[in-house]
Design a protein around this ligand. Structure first.
Ligand code: PAF
Length: 286
């Protein structure tokens, strides 16, 4: 595996990639890698001639400076993990290299996609995500980009960006990966104490119990039942728990109007903000 930190280094290599017509699979990350990231890498390896992984903690997507400060940074360990997993190229730029002094982000408005859930709770977050992914696509020029469905809303927004801006990158959504306890894999899990890890299972357990209640109760009833479970849990500070159609982010009253019913949740557990989701019809793969 080669590790590079500048766009100039990337440009030089890109000329070689082009001369061999290599298909490039790209996995953008913010580091602190876990099994979830590796599943993206494996999928990208299977579907492309070479795989580029970026590690860049993007300051413009953090709406809370304390969250940015706390975000785990483990570049050396990450590089070892990537090398062992067969990554071809690690691109680990600094802020100047990515933005070249032009860090100003624009407001992104894709209707419900950007205004509800994370869009409502973390104002500006997806503006920064769209900005950085667009910029990384410009630098890396991949054929395919791999994104985990743990941030289900992010995948939908990036797909919409690519569609609207006609960016020639195929977006490949990849299954959410859970550890053996059921906890959704996240870089933030390293910030959880053993007790908080246990408490965090309330999120997946509630989602699973909601799925069991579907379609016996109405979408609102299932949603309110789940919200009550988590609000009554003293270890969980609920931000949102909503049932919606994963295809368009709409929230009709009857299940018959849903194409892909699912529930998405965000909550603080032990001071750490976690997100999770469960599709009610697609079977869980992890
Ligand atoms: O999902 C993430 O880790 C980040 O939002 C991404 C896509 C790497 C952009 O910084």
């Amino acid at each position: 595996m080669r590790t590079i930190t500048t766009n100039a280094q990337f440009d030089e290599l890109y000329t070689d990639f082009q001369s061999t017509n290599a298909q490039i699979g790209f996995v953008p990350t913010m580091g602190a890698l876990h099994e979830g990231h590796l599943s993206l890498l494996h999928r990208a390896k299977a579907e492309n001639d070479l795989v580029v992984v970026s590690i860049f903690v993007n300051p413009t997507q953090f709406n809370d400076p304390k969250d940015l400060e706390k975000y785990p940074r483990t570049l050396e360990a990450d590089a070892r993990i990537l090398e062992a997993a067969g990554c071809d190229l690690l691109y680990a730029p600094n802020v100047e290299e990515v933005y070249g002094g032009a860090m100003e982000k624009q407001r992104v408005d894709y209707g419900a996609l950007t205004s509800i859930l994370e869009g409502a709770k973390r104002p500006g977050h997806y503006d920064g995500v769209v900005q950085v992914v667009r910029r990384l696509f410009e630098i890396v020029r991949p054929h395919r980009g791999y994104f985990g469905k743990k941030d289900f809303q992010q995948v939908a927004i990036i797909r919409e960006m690519v569609r609207r801006e006609q960016i020639p990158v195929e977006i490949v959504p990849c299954e959410l990966i859970r550890d053996e306890s059921g906890l959704a894999m996240s870089s933030r899990n390293v910030l959880l104490s053993a007790e908080s890890k246990q408490n965090a299972l309330a999120l997946v357990n509630t989602l699973r119990a909601m799925k069991e209640r579907f379609p016996g109760a109405s979408p609102k009833e299932v949603e309110e039942w789940g919200q009550a479970q988590l609000r009554n849990d003293p270890a969980v500070e609920l931000e949102y728990l909503e049932v919606l159609d994963g295809l368009n982010f709409e929230q009709p009253e009857a299940w018959s109007d849903y194409q892909s019913p699912m529930a998405l949740v965000a909550a603080f557990v032990g001071g750490v903000r976690l997100i999770d989701n469960l599709e009610f019809i697609v079977s869980e793969e992890a």
